[in-house]
Design a binder for this molecule. Structure first.
Ligand code: ADP
Ligand code: ADP
Length: 223
């Protein structure tokens, strides 16, 4: 279980986060929804360990992880710009985290191939990632993130760089893969429909604070 306790973060005079608290159960899919500049990415970076809060704590089960480095948290990240390794092909990207975790090469390859199939990229494993479309690159990025079986999957506006038609297609496919894997997931987005598609619970943010929290139905009936 993840617990965020009274987290605050300032950038100079900007209160990026003020006293943010929430928790999530294992296997839950949570969306952090709010307009640009409300503090969503700051919160995600703090969860990932890429940034430290000025105040407050982040807990995973009975361990305070606020000062743990990113690699000790066993969370995976998917970014808007995919952030694939350009020197590795598709398969190499998905295998990377497994090799890093000392899985034997053959087993890592098989597991990576299975993940590529789950995100509908079978047959493209030898391609350079630079030869792929945006939607295909994002699928590689999801496969890479999920292959390591992370405790928590953090998605930062993962579909925002895709044009509208492609976005819907990739969204529907990848979100249904996520529902199948039942991985604990936090999706950061400014897109209400996207949040409603994935999440069983939504944290609505505004100007660095939590404005509302609830199921999509709660929020829909009490906007
Ligand atoms: P969102 O992800 O919701 O768009 P951010 O977390 O990126 O919001 O930003 C929240 C606020 O903090 C904004 O006012 C933004 O300008 C500011 N901010 C974010 N990162 C920095 C930074 N590294 N330096 C200064 N200000 C920042
Ligand atoms: P790392 O130090 O492990 O590369 P990062 O801070 O770059 O971690 O990314 C955070 C998380 O994203 C990692 O804990 C890991 O689960 C996942 N991740 C990063 N790079 C890869 C990769 N090449 N393959 C699989 N997972 C990765």
């Amino acid at each position: 279980m993840l617990q965020v306790r009274t987290v605050s973060k300032n950038y100079g005079a900007t209160h990026a986060l003020s006293n943010v608290s929430f928790s999530m159960q294992d296997g839950e899919a949570l969306a952090i929804l709010g307009p640009s500049g409300c503090g969503k990415s700051t919160l995600l970076r703090i969860l990932a360990g890429l940034e430290h809060p000025d105040q407050g704590e982040v807990w995973w089960d009975d361990l305070e992880i606020t000062t743990l480095p990113p690699e000790k948290r066993f969370f995976s990240l998917v970014f808007q710009d995919y952030a694939l390794f350009p020197h590795l092909n598709v398969l190499g990207n998905v295998m990377f985290g497994l090799i890093e975790r000392k899985m034997p090469r053959k087993a890592a390859e098989q597991q990576a191939l299975q993940w590529l199939e789950k995100v509908n990229l079978q047959g493209l494993e030898k391609r350079k990632t630079t030869e792929l479309s945006g939607g295909q690159q994002q699928r590689v990025s999801f496969a890479r993130a999920l292959a390591v079986n992370p405790r928590l999957l953090l998605l930062d506006e993962p579909f925002s760089n895709l044009d509208q038609q492609l976005r819907e297609e990739v969204q529907n496919e990848l979100l249904s893969t996520l529902r199948e894997t039942q991985n604990s997931t936090i999706l950061v987005t400014h897109d209400q429909q996207e949040a409603f598609k994935l999440a069983s619970r939504i944290v609505l943010m505004r100007e660095g604070q939590i404005e509302q929290m609830g199921t999509p139905t709660d929020l829909y009936h009490h906007p």
